[in-house]
Design a protein around this ligand. Structure first.
Ligand code: GLN
Ligand code: ZN
Length: 757
């Protein structure tokens, strides 16, 4: 027998049922019991899918009403004391207040779960944090699944990863010091699970796959010696998202009962664990992507392992399936319009089926599942040979780019002189990041257009009216470089994906981003080509309305890549450069149409950084090249802007400078311009527009606040190189505050200008 298990399942349901239930509950439309019932039903469906696919254990305790790291804060009693709640008797309402804030307390901060687009709630540790076990949430799930007659394996994030993911608050200390207090509480929690009669507990320690300080790595020995000695269940130590080969000696010596490794992200690490002498769980099906596996290839890896490990071989997805959409079979349109592509895909339910086939093949031989193996092979072959995705002209264009294609014709100093000559801007030019309020009228028009109840003509007329409004308001405000407002865009990635070849979209391919929020990333499945201009008409129309300069607006290649499911048959770097080259066609068309200030947004450049520092340089190298390729061939007097937000950028400043954008606009106001000091220390060479107010809030900044920020900026950026703009686009704001906010920004700028003149 070969044990097949799942590390975790998507929680929100095939049609985002949990999201809608949560939101109805928050609005007061349904009672707590209704929400509990809906959640229970969803868990049952998830478990039954696993059981029906012959999983030997179904994953339990992976369900959460908001976030599994918040659940762990509750389970260990480490919820932020500032809320004044008792973790032992926490109500569901209080739980949601921790996640979403209340009138007195801001919400627990959120950040990305490793290099995924899932966000967890960051534990707040204090020097005097005390832990207290409260395993109720997990125990209940175990009981529920057991009542259904299922064989269960609870999953929980381990103590070192939990501590590692948190932040120190208050008096200075090192949260590592809390470990000794935390471990006994883990023992208590794990034993509460064991008492429910579970044989195995999966304990996730993905922190081991990132760069961990030596004292943390060292601590694994003692912590797991204690856990395995004191916990009355077998422990499966799960790693994922990267190789743990560098810790092979440590892992082999850990007194746990099994080890899970991610063989999709890091297939090469298998060699380091070939002589592992306990249960080895091979993560062979990609939990991070949407592609169907080539089962014959997977079996080629597993069969020798099976020969060696026999019963000790377990099979699983590479990581929790939380990061993949739920069910491909509901994508009727995709199946009809792109049957070939449909056949290359596998979502959560299909991935579980793949594992089922692998299990049978390992236990009974290939013949028992020959039809499934053949179908998988046929899909792999058709994908490898499809003319729709392999377009020789795309590969040829990339291969034949002239030397230095990604470099501007002249250095910045020469370019900016030529740009200033025609731009004729005042000191401290003001501009916007792109979007203006996406009003309900805009959304409605788009929805009607998609449904077919509004004609293309009427839809475009509505968008043009919106653009005109945006232009007139900016003129009234006396802004210097205008934007068209992006009314015609639903989303900054989807909009371009829909207009580029090589992209496909699903109807229900949602994955959880945080809490009740889900995203539906495009699927980049083929070579990328821009068949025709995408934004030129809109920008040209906007420019025709005004004598001021209109800025063109594109989403950059790295951000498009980062927020999509990316094909896995060629390197990500190649896909990214293809997008860059496709965008360059657009940039040159904009330039030809007289749009000679063009912004290429890259808010996601930082979040693409690999987990291990050793891999950063290679990533920044190709990401930078792809960005620069997107404006290849533009004239010196065409001004390229870029925009970044959402992250701290201090540690990648050289890479940002290497993008060689003429102007960078960047989110800084929330950090009181701290970021600018880093730019100054680094001697960032080009123009820079630090955000002067936070666009996430409707609050109108006081003139003194903006003045304070600008004066701070002027201390470190020469006045000739300083721009003035909000932190980011305004699409989530309402018109009233937007006009007031921008008015303050312009007024203060004019005051300072007069002073500087
Ligand atoms: N141009 C985009 C906008 O203004 C940028 C969005 C972003 O940075 N996330 O909406
Ligand atoms: Zn932004």
């Amino acid at each position: 027998m070969t044990t097949f298990h799942v590390l975790g399942f998507p929680r929100v349901g095939a049609k985002r049922e949990l999201k809608f239930a949560q939101e109805r509950y928050w609005r007061g439309d349904i009672a707590e019991q209704d929400l509990l019932d809906i959640a229970k039903a969803l868990r049952e469906i998830n478990w039954k899918h696993q059981a029906a696919a012959n999983a030997d254990y179904v994953a339990v305790a992976d369900f959460t009403f908001y976030d599994h790291i918040l659940d762990l804060q509750v389970a260990t009693g480490a919820i932020p004391a500032r809320f004044g709640f008792d973790s032992q008797s926490l109500t569901l309402d209080q739980y949601f207040q921790l996640a979403r804030g209340n009138k007195d307390q801001f919400a627990i901060e959120m950040t990305k779960w490793f290099d995924t687009n899932y966000h967890y709630l960051v534990p707040e540790f204090h020097k005097n944090t005390e832990f207290k076990a409260n395993p109720a949430h997990y125990v209940q799930q175990i009981r529920e699944a057991k009542a259904l007659g299922l064989n269960v394996k609870p999953t929980i994030v381990g103590p070192l990863t939990f501590l590692h993911l948190g932040k120190e608050k208050g008096e200075a200390f090192n949260r590592f010091e809390l470990l000794n207090k935390l471990v006994p509480v883990y023992v208590e929690i794990l034993n509460a699970l064991a008492d429910e009669g579970v044989e195995w507990i999966q304990i996730d320690e993905p922190a081991l796959a990132v760069d961990l300080a030596p004292e943390w790595v060292e601590a694994y020995k003692a912590v797991y010696a204690t856990l395995s000695e004191k916990v009355n269940a077998k422990l499966l130590f799960a790693t994922y998202f990267g190789s743990v080969a560098q810790h092979a000696e440590l892992l082999k010596a850990l007194p746990v009962d099994g080890l899970h490794i991610d063989l999709v992200r890091a297939p090469e690490q298998l060699a380091a664990f070939a002589d592992y002498d306990k249960v080895l769980s091979a993560g062979v099906i990609d939990g991070r992507n949407v592609w169907r596996a080539n089962l014959n290839q997977v079996l080629d890896v597993l069969e020798p392992l099976k020969a060696k490990l026999d019963e000790r071989l377990w099979i699983a997805p590479s990581c929790s399936l939380l990061h993949t959409p739920y069910d491909l079979s509901v994508e009727v349109q995709l199946k009809e319009n792109k049957p070939e592509l449909y056949n290359w895909l596998a979502f959560t339910l299909q991935k579980v089926q793949e594992l089922s086939v692998i299990k049978t093949a390992l236990e009974q031989g290939h013949a028992a599942v020959q039809a499934e193996l053949d179908a998988s092979q046929a899909a792999a072959d058709s994908r490898a040979n499809s003319k729709e995705i392999h377009r020789p002209e795309v590969a040829a264009r990339l291969a034949n780019l002239p030397e230095g294609a990604d470099q501007r014709k002249s250095p910045f100093a020469e370019r900016i002189a030529k740009q200033n000559a025609w731009l004729n801007l005042p000191l401290l030019p003001t501009t916007n990041i792109g979007s203006f309020p996406q009003t309900s009228e805009i959304r409605q028009a788009r929805a009607q257009f998609k449904k077919g109840t509004l004609s293309l003509e009427d839809y475009e007329a509505a968008m043009k009216k919106e653009i005109e409004l945006v232009v007139r308001e900016q003129e009234k405000l006396d802004l210097d470089v205008l934007v068209h407002g992006e009314a015609e865009r639903n989303d900054m990635v989807e909009y371009f994906g829909e207009l580029l070849d090589g992209f496909a979209f699903t109807k229900f391919g949602w994955v959880q981003s945080y809490g009740s929020r889900c995203v539906k990333p495009p699927i980049i499945y083929g070579d990328v080509v821009r068949p025709e201009p995408m934004t030129v008409r809109w920008s040209q129309y906007a420019q025709s309305l005004t004598n001021k300069v209109m800025k063109g607006m594109l989403t950059g290649p790295v951000t498009i890549l980062q927020w999509s499911f990316v094909r896995n048959d060629i390197p990500r770097a190649t896909v990214c450069k293809q997008i860059g080259v496709a965008l360059s066609d657009e940039v040159l068309d904009l330039e030809k149409a007289g749009i000679k200030v063009i912004q290429i947004d890259e808010p996601a450049i930082r979040e693409g950084l690999p987990l291990k520092r050793a891999d950063w340089d290679a990533y920044l190298q190709w990401a930078g090249e792809a960005f620069r390729l997107s404006s290849m061939g533009v004239q010196d007097d065409t001004q390229i802007h870029t925009h970044m937000c959402y992250s701290e950028f201090n540690d990648i400043l050289p890479a940002i400078a290497a993008l060689d954008a003429d102007v960078i606009t960047i989110e800084t106001s929330r950090s009181d311009m701290e970021l600018l000091n880093a730019f100054a220390d680094f001697k960032y060479p080009n123009d820079i527009g630090p955000g002067v107010y936070d666009i996430h809030s409707p609050r109108v900044p006081k003139p003194e606040e903006i003045e304070h920020l600008l004066r701070k900026a002027l201390k470190v950026v020469p006045k000739e190189r300083l721009w003035v703009n909000p932190d980011c686009g305004l699409k989530t704001r309402g018109w009233t505050e937007t006009l007031q906010q921008l008015q303050v920004m312009v007024d203060v700028t004019k005051k300072l200008r007069a002073e500087l003149a």
